[in-house]
Design a protein around this ligand. Structure first.
Ligand SMILES: *Cc1c(COP(=O)(O)O)cnc(C)c1O
Length: 370
């Protein structure tokens, strides 16, 4: 064999990059998993029914390729958001939509802009595509710097709303201001919109540069199924269709996604339970005087306070204490702006009671040592 160097064979944009690091998905049970913003309740019972119906007695339908454009699922997406089905696109999780949007609308000469902090997958996707990314910091009190977005010269602007990892939500007027003031494509990542009680997807009929993405992973209890979507003008959908895998959603995922979106009453109830638990958790943080952003999502970003102080060390200590009690949280040691905070997914009342109890125990133990 000739001398072979893999290093020299890797595409330039990929050679210097690292992949996205997802939150820990521990093997084995007994964890209280409050680290990756999954829904704490099972999906609608209609989902399992739809999957079983798709499988039939012997799974014979799996021999055949699925519907290439996820037609029925797109119809349900359109129905759910009150837009024509031509405005709907379905993909293998919304990360897949984001990846396709970057593939279609960014390259070495077409740059990307995001807010900072926001979803940490965007810079990874940008690097993969060899596209420049401009991360625009929030102004004081999480105010958006509109002028910098408008003058960024970016081809596509990613707007996570509600924001991750802070949970701060912005209203439709903010999205309209960005969509009308920014010259390029505006992608609003609405992974957490079910907990904000408002979606800007219908605005895609008004703004031809707007893409609104969503996922069944967070608000519909289907993270294990991989179903995501986009709502946009049909001309944009056509471009996304060009670059996607021709069978990008399997049969079971298509059936599950459509069944979930069709069961609005079930999700109205379960989302309300999450929102109510979120309010209780915020009250708990008030009671111990820990700082947090008022959340419009199914998680809260908070800064633990110990003897009047916050900081990366304190956040790390609490994270590790919780982990030793099999309570998994998310923290961000590599990002200085947020390394003093922790992101807590809202779980069931029982899970949150365990969290609160452990937090009080941590405070007792640490205070005694001083
Ligand atoms: C979780 C998340 C996604 C990804 O959702 P999937 O559909 O599971 O790929 C996208 N954007 C944000 C902001 C998220 O938090």
């Amino acid at each position: 064999m000739k001398k072979f160097s893999l290093k020299k064979r890797i595409a330039g944009s990929v050679a210097g990059m690292s992949g996205y690091v997802p939150g820990e998905q521990p093997a084995g049970g007994n964890w209280i998993k409050l680290n990756t913003n999954e829904f704490p309740y099972p999906p609608s019972p209609k989902v399992a029914e739809a999957i079983l119906a798709e499988l039939g007695d012997d799974g014979a339908s799996l021999r055949l390729y699925p519907n290439p454009s996820s037609q029925n699922l797109r119809r349900q997406i359109g129905k759910y958001f009150g837009v024509p089905a031509e405005f709907a696109f379905a993909a293998n999780g919304s990360d897949d939509v984001l990846n396709l949007a970057v593939r279609a609308f960014a390259d070495a000469s077409l740059s990307i802009a995001t807010l900072d902090p926001s979803y940490s997958l965007y810079p990874v996707l940008a690097k993969m595509q060899g596209a420049k990314i401009l991360q625009i910091p929030f102004k004081r009190n999480m105010q958006i710097d509109f002028e910098r977005i408008f003058s960024s010269g970016a081809n596509i602007f990613f707007f996570t709303n509600p924001n991750a990892p802070t949970g701060v939500g912005f209203g439709a007027e903010t999205v309209e201001k960005i969509a009308s003031g920014f010259g390029g494509i505006v992608l609003v990542d609405e992974a957490y919109a079910p907990f904000a009680d408002c979606s800007c997807a219908p605005l895609a009929e008004k703004y031809e540069n707007l893409i609104v993405t969503g996922t069944a992973s967070k608000g519909w209890g289907l993270a294990g199924m991989r179903v995501g979507w986009a709502v946009a003008n049909p001309a944009i959908i056509e471009v996304l269709d060009r670059v996607r895998d021709s069978y990008n959603l399997d049969r079971l995922a298509q059936a599950a996604g459509a069944a979930a979106l069709a069961d609005a009453p079930y999700y109205a109830q379960t989302c309300a339970a999450v929102i109510s638990e979120r309010a209780d958790t915020e009250k708990f943080f008030d009671s111990v005087s820990w700082k947090y952003y008022k959340s419009s999502a199914n998680f809260i970003f908070f800064r633990p306070v110990l003897n009047g102080k916050t900081g990366a060390k304190i956040a790390k200590d609490l994270f590790e204490f919780m982990r030793s009690r099999k309570i998994l949280l998310r923290y961000f040691p590599n990002d200085k702006k947020i390394s003093d905070g922790i992101r807590l997914t809202i779980g069931t009342p029982k899970q949150m009671a365990s969290f609160k109890e452990a937090a009080l125990e941590w405070l007792r133990q640490k205070r005694e040592r001083i």
